[in-house]
Design a protein. Structure first.
Length: 135
């Protein structure tokens, strides 16, 4: 029989492999968008707004397979994303939203993602920073 410690060691090794594989699916040095992002601050009609305590735990993850997950108040929103580099847009689709969401890509680097949107009421620029990876 396998001892409990050997069994637990095997389970831990499997979990670690799964976690590392998930990490590799998110991050890609050639694709700065594919990582987990959190809200740093937003500019609404030029006025800086910082995230509330509840918003500080929100995150958006862009995966290499063009899927995304957005977590707001613990509620996940899942869908697909498309990067239109020529027109500097990120197009978001989800079964949970009626129309595609088209976001203006203002800046994308390894350390910052800035997206914008405009409607009849206001204009927004959202500044996101990558989440640290826990290893």
């Amino acid at each position: 029989t396998i001892s409990m410690w050997v069994f637990l060691s095997l389970v831990c090794a499997i979990v670690r492999c799964i976690c590392l594989t998930s990490f590799m699916q998110v991050t890609d040095p050639t694709s700065p968008l594919c990582k987990a992002w959190k809200l740093d601050y937003a500019l609404v009609n030029g006025k800086k707004e910082v995230p509330t305590i509840g918003e500080k735990n929100n995150k958006t993850v862009f995966y290499l397979d063009n899927k995304f997950e957005n977590f707001e108040n613990g509620e996940p929103l899942k869908g697909t994303w498309e990067l239109d580099e020529k027109n500097k847009k990120i197009i978001i689709s989800s079964d949970d939203i009626p129309d595609k969401l088209v976001l203006k890509l203002i800046k994308l680097s390894d350390t910052e993602l800035v997206i914008g949107s405009t409607n009849e009421k206001d204009s927004r620029e959202v500044f996101l920073i990558p989440l640290p990876i826990n290893r």
